[in-house]
Design a protein around this ligand. Structure first.
Ligand code: SF4
Ligand code: ZN
Length: 307
């Protein structure tokens, strides 16, 4: 069977929508979806927070998702008067991060975008590897790493004076996070999930242009577009609890195609009915935005290491 739109050879069959698409029609559909998401998210942020967008940061790991998001952002900006700056976090993970940062650098060079790199060493005086030896986590290394990554990206975004921060989270990532927050009953975190519609003091709002595009499609797009991205997994990824949610979602999606999209749509409805996310307040110890009036999770876990 050929492409449902033009009858050329197909490259993808989307079970969730029943579409069969050739390369050209897939590109068009993919780009339209991501551009529409980004436009909507930027416009909502401008409307709700009454801000001007002059500079946009993009979190770059060198993997397929952030690389594709970078290209989408570049074409969104087009000839608008908006500057783009790439922001990368170097956790200091051996045999992994330096290779992926090389890819981020090379794509940024191609697109003439400045890339800034901030390391855990600069944040807490040690790499993730050193931290894991000194302070072994109870569960997966992703828990401390997630706290440090969030802090690093926000600090970089504030330092670079960007108005918002684009991240490459795809549909699978987004649906997994929705499900994880539901499973933990963490409604506060659910309400604070990106894409952010409001600016909170000290916290740079995050936008997710790929949140309705499945991981497999992001991969296909990056390969068919010949992008230079790092195709490896972090050596610590295996122990993450997220993997359980990934498996559950894959099973659900197989039995009932469209489950991931339903989770995104349901989440949107919940958030439309919530007046505003809970306010972030400055941490009494470090001043960074935090979800409670107690010292933030970074100060509780790594305050002694802060540089
Ligand atoms: Fe950090 Fe876990 Fe991601 Fe590795 S997989 S970079 S440890 S959050
Ligand atoms: Zn703090």
């Amino acid at each position: 069977m050929g492409c449902k739109r033009c009858n050329q050879n197909p490259v993808i069959s989307r079970r969730y929508s029943g579409e069969i698409l050739c390369k050209t029609c897939f590109f068009k559909s993919f780009e339209r979806n991501a551009q529409r998401e980004l436009r909507k998210q930027v416009n909502l942020l401008i409307k709700n927070s009454n801000i001007k967008i002059r500079k946009i940061g993009i979190g770059l790991s060198g993997g397929k998702d952030s690389t594709v998001a970078l290209h989408i952002l570049k074409s969104y900006v087009g000839d608008r008067n908006i500057e783009i700056v790439g922001l990368s976090v170097d956790e200091g993970i051996e045999n992994y991060r330096s290779e992926s940062l090389d890819c981020a650098l090379s794509e940024c060079k191609k697109l003439e975008i400045k890339l800034e790199i901030f390391s855990y060493k600069e944040l807490i005086g040690r790499s993730l590897g050193e931290l894991l030896i000194e302070k072994p986590p109870q569960g997966s290394p992703c828990s401390p790493c997630g706290i440090l990554r969030r802090r690093s990206l926000n600090q970089m975004a504030n330092k670079s004076d960007v108005d918002c921060l684009v991240l490459g989270h795809n549909l699978d990532d987004f649906a997994q996070t929705v499900l994880m927050n539901h499973a933990r009953g963490d409604i506060a975190r659910l309400s604070r999930m990106a894409p952010h519609k409001f600016v909170q003091r000290g916290f740079v709002p995050r936008l997710l242009p790929l949140r309705r595009l499945p991981e497999q499609e992001v991969y296909l797009y990056s390969v068919l577009k010949d992008m230079d991205f790092h195709d490896g997994d972090c050596p610590h990824a295996g122990g993450a609890q997220r993997n359980t949610f990934r498996e559950i979602l894959m099973k659900l999606e197989k039995e009932q195609p469209g489950t991931r999209h339903s989770l995104v749509n349901g989440m949107e409805k919940i958030r439309e009915n919530m007046l505003k996310p809970e306010n972030l307040t400055p941490c009494p110890s470090c001043g960074e935005p935090s979800g409670s009036s107690e010292p933030c999770v970074f100060c509780r876990e790594f305050g002694a290491f802060a540089v």
